[in-house]
Design a protein around this ligand. Sequence first.
Ligand code: DQA
Length: 138
Amino acid sequence: MRKIQIINGPNLNLLGVREPGIYGKSSFESYLPGLRELFPDVEIDYYQSNVEGILRECLRRSYDGIVLNAGAYTHTSIALLDCIRSLRCPVVEVHISNVHQREEFRHHSMISSGCKGVICGFGLQGYELAIRGFLHHD
Ligand code: DQA
């Protein structure tokens, strides 16, 4: 496992500002350098978009694994599920918050069935756990 892409969906560009009681006080950009230091042998690319079609294009790029926080599209997007199913590389679904402790509409994920694993409720550390999952469960 050498090349991993992290993809964040809508409103995750607002981390640090958006509902800090739920999503924490740090931006993803400030979290990322420390994450890269934890995995010196892994190339970690990062992409964020608020646009569903762009996320689909982004998923198509060639990686050994993808860590995807699809934000609210998690709960709505059959198109993202179809795209994930069409990929050869594994995708791990991540949520910063524990979606199961929140509103009922967040309890269902459209994309989980296409993913290798799901991590939620561990804050930003969930991205680190997802990468460890790739490294230990090839
Ligand atoms: C989220 C949970 C989603 O329900 C929400 O729409 C998000 C963020 C999370 O990381 O906890 O945008 O994916």
